[in-house]
Write a protein that binds this ligand. Structure first.
Ligand code: ADP
Ligand code: MG
Length: 605
């Protein structure tokens, strides 16, 4: 049984596995390794995920959901058709889609996965990711941070020297910077900084804005129905792009941006109001266009260094990750900022997945791989609510575990009473960076009795422990040694909710290769059935029944087996045409069917 390493990305997701001493990527039936993180509703038949769904972003915008990872951990709902889906459910569909493709690709069942998440993901986002995996039928022992995965990939390729890395992960919609130290077999994230709204999509928009400026066009921003009022640019009345023209411009901008890697100069041509408009794009022009974005990146980078307590000169290597890191202008900007040439590990958008594949190898304890220890950091400050003194009207947050602390981490504080003779103390637990407790995310509370005494003369010990799996354990002990504790790990789904989500998954359609092939095979089998009589006809009927049952199991292995056996059986029949009816099924094959049939019957319950 293979273990998959999955990079569940905002724009694209990938899967890798460990084989023959290296990580390899899973490809779909067209040989594509990037699985777009997109889900689309295609009517009563159900939902599609991946490349097929991505094609529908422009044509069926309302029925298609993308970039939902940005809202992981929230209750945001996406309406696709009549039903509503949470980011967690949509992510589950992406995972199920990848799982099916991987099972088809590897001809093996997959039950376990290592999934990567951004280092700054909070408890809720992490537990939702785990739940998505559960819904998709995958066991997840551990989530690993994307920068750790990138560092693992780097260690595999660039050796085991001690190193201090800046992992620069620039994707479609997000930028994550991580300061990572590698020492012997330990990979430690020291600090992270990021922006959830800064990515390749923004570059596309900046290019589109430049295109409009250069051509005296106005961008469509408010969706309007009916005919667009398109006039010429004379007398200051500028041509306004329609929504679909703007969508076309964005996709041309993205294509042009990607082409700049191979060509020195590319031209963007977009039709608007029946006229063609053009603009030329070179690396120098793009560098100028991206300036506002670079300014933001520089700010984030300085913030990261400050949190890491480090200087630029402490960095030994720059590891570039994510599709947008492919851009020459981004490399140029970073080289100038750091005074250092980046290490580019193959294709930047595959590095995280490759690292996850390496970790999958470690998980399965392969001998051809060395064990690695990945440490983690706490992405946000965790603290308790306290009254700081007379000046404050409201309670403040006392940090117990500061952001970017290395995990596991334990701390202790002694809190005292603030009112005379109060009989209990309430310990409010929060996550966040704000001064006032109420401005942070409330996680939970512990209320414990205390011996009534004048203010400040009685108190409780508060212990915080944050473990490697992102579980926060808080314990409060009073002077009579009464203990209260609470475990905070984001909420779990109830059994009913899990069942409902798993039911929803059944709407997710199979990859097209399966569908078409199934139909054809079934048609051929039925044709044979119609053309035969007697025992043979009975046997074919029995075979059709088995085949359909295999397809309906929705287990990729069972389906693959059914399809392949059906193909072989049809070929054999063709060859044996004219042979005695009894010989049509050789005994061994029949026994195998019976066995598999029984297995599948058992699987049902
Ligand atoms: P995520 O991690 O957010 O899922 P990826 O790392 O796959 O995303 O990056 C997707 C982004 O990379 C998109 O904005 C896409 O336009 C951009 N991209 C992909 N290939 C190239 C390329 N050759 N040159 C520039 N940008 C690219
Ligand atoms: Mg990514």
């Amino acid at each position: 049984m293979a273990v998959l390493g999955i990079d569940l990305g905002t724009t694209n997701s990938l899967a890798a596995y460990w084989q023959d001493g290296k990580a390899c990527l899973v490809a779909d039936e067209h040989g594509e390794v990037l699985f777009p993180s997109v889900v689309s509703f295609i009517g009563e038949e159900g939902l599609v995920a991946g490349a097929e769904a991505k094609k529908r972003i422009v044509t069926h915008r309302k029925e298609t959901a993308s970039s939902f990872k940005r809202f992981m951990g929230t209750d945001k709902r996406y309406q696709l058709g009549a039903a509503h889906y949470t980011p967690m459910e949509l992510s589950a569909m992406i995972l199920a889609h990848i799982r099916r493709n991987a099972e088809y690709f590897l001809k093996e069942e997959i039950e376990e996965a290592i999934i990567t998440v951004p280092a700054y993901f909070n408890d809720k986002q992490r537990s939702d990711t785990k739940m998505a995996a559960k819904i998709a039928g995958l066991k997840v022992e551990r989530l690993i941070n994307e920068p750790s995965a990138a560092a693992l990939a780097y260690r595999m390729e660039c050796g085991q020297e001690d190193a201090t890395l800046l992992v620069f992960d620039f994707g479609g919609g997000t930028l994550d910077l991580s300061y990572v130290e590698c020492y012997d077999n330990i990979i430690e994230i020291i600090a992270v900084a990021g922006d959830n709204y800064l990515g390749g999509d923004d570059i596309d928009r900046l290019i589109a804005a430049y295109f409009c400026r250069e051509n005296g066009l106005v961008m469509a921003d408010v969706p309007k129905r009916g005919v667009q009022n398109i006039t010429d640019t004379e007398e200051g009345t500028k041509t306004r792009l329609s929504i679909s023209e703007y969508a076309a411009l964005i996709s041309c901008a993205e294509a042009a941006k990607c082409r700049l890697g191979q060509e020195d100069e590319v031209e963007i041509t977009v039709e608007a109001g029946g006229r063609d408009y053009h603009v030329k794009l070179t690396d120098d022009i793009l560098f100028e266009i991206c300036m506002p974005l670079f300014t933001k990146i520089k700010k984030l980078f300085l913030h990261l260094l400050k949190d890491a307590g480090a200087r630029v000169s402490d960095l030994t290597d720059l590891v570039m990750v994510g599709g947008s890191s492919r851009l020459g202008v981004v490399k140029r900007f970073l080289t100038e900022l750091l005074g250092k040439k980046p290490v580019v590990l193959g294709e930047t958008d595959k590095v995280v997945a490759m690292g996850a594949g390496v970790y999958a190898g470690i998980r399965t304890r392969r001998e051809d791989i060395r064990d690695m220890l990945l440490t983690d950091v706490c992405p946000f400050t965790l603290g308790v609510e306290v009254w700081r003194g007379r000046g404050d009207v409201q309670n403040a947050l006392l940090p117990m575990i500061e952001r970017n602390s290395t995990l596991p981490m334990s701390t202790h504080e002694y809190l005292v009473t603030v009112h005379d003779y109060q009989s209990e103390i309430r310990v409010g637990i929060y996550q966040g960076e704000e001064y006032y407790a109420k401005d942070n995310l409330f996680l939970g509370e512990i209320i414990i009795p205390v011996y009534p005494k004048p203010a400040g003369q009685e108190g409780v010990d508060v212990y915080f422990t944050y473990d490697i799996n992102g579980i926060l354990y808080v314990e409060v002990v009073n002077s009579q040694n009464v203990r209260e504790h609470i475990l905070l790990l984001g909420q779990e789904l109830s059994r009913e909710e899990l069942a409902r989500c798993q039911q929803q998954m059944k709407q997710l359609m199979l990859p097209p290769i399966m569908r078409k092939e199934n139909q054809e095979l079934l048609a051929k089998l039925q044709q044979y059935y119609g053309n035969s009589i007697g025992v043979r006809r009975e046997q074919i009927g029995w075979f059709i029944n088995w085949f359909v049952y295999g397809l309906q199991s929705k287990r990729f292995c069972a389906m693959t087996r059914a399809v392949e056996t059906a193909k072989n059986q049809l070929a054999a029949w063709r060859k044996q045409e004219g042979m005695a009816e009894e010989e049509l099924f050789d005994g061994e094959l029949k026994q195998q069917f019976v066995k598999e049939w029984e297995e599948m019957g058992l699987e049902e319950e």
